[in-house]
Design a protein around this ligand. Structure first.
Ligand code: GAR
Length: 202
């Protein structure tokens, strides 16, 4: 049984795609221990509650310094003892201690074909604004292991999505989610649960 924690910051549509895949059996032998958000108002926490999954808010705003937040975040994760941590629209950088303690056990979904439109400043809608500004005809999404860099870890899965002439950032974001993100993120988790993708040592 794969024990998983999902970290979120906003709407949580990728979390919902994971919950749906667990519900309909595309993801098997997996238990979602908790959903962690840095944002108490994240709609994703309501999705967790509706699915009967504990929702936890750990916000940097509630700590004196970033170091204190990082310590509290790491301590909470260690208490939960997940096999796998999934960053599903989590817009906080992962503390180096967590990357070290969960090496090869943290995955992230990014809404572009890495190495395009990734790294510092590229998150959420900004990724799609960048893709449209550059005039690319293909974009997509990437699931990758998290290392100490920004969107630099080993790539696990990618799916391409066509850019259409009339696209706005919002329209493109929706297409990338529907055609790529909500497909490849549950698929990678299923592959991990089935042992097709090996995780780092505990
Ligand atoms: C998703 O598009 C995800 O790929 C992106 O934020 C969105 C969250 O949506 N993540 C990043 O940009 C990370 N660099 P959601 O809350 O509806 O899943």
């Amino acid at each position: 049984m794969l024990k998983m924690v999902v970290c979120v910051s906003g709407g949580g549509t990728n979390l919902q795609a994971i919950l749906d895949a667990m519900q309909d059996g595309r993801i098997r032998d997996t238990r979602l221990l908790a959903v962690i958000s840095n944002n108490a108002g994240a709609y994703a926490l309501q999705r967790a509650q509706a699915a009967g999954v504990p929702g936890i808010c750990i916000s940097p705003k509630n700590y004196e310094s970033r170091d204190e937040f990082n310590e509290a975040f790491c301590d909470r994760m260690k208490e939960l003892q997940p096999d796998l941590i999934v960053l599903a629209g989590f817009l906080v950088s992962i503390p180096p201690r967590m990357v070290e303690e969960f090496e090869g056990r943290i995955i992230n979904i990014h809404p572009s074909l890495i190495p395009s439109f990734c790294g510092v400043g590229y998150y959420g809608l900004k990724v799609h604004e960048g893709a449209l500004a550059r005039g690319v005809k293909l974009t997509g999404a990437t699931v990758h292991f998290v290392d100490n860099g920004m969107d630099t870890g080993p790539i696990l899965s990618q799916k391409a999505v066509q850019v259409e002439p009339e696209d706005t950032p919002e329209i493109l974001q929706k297409r990338v989610m529907e055609e790529a993100e909500w497909v490849i993120l549950p698929q990678v988790i299923a592959d991990i649960a089935e042992g097709k993708i090996p995780l780092g040592k505990k």
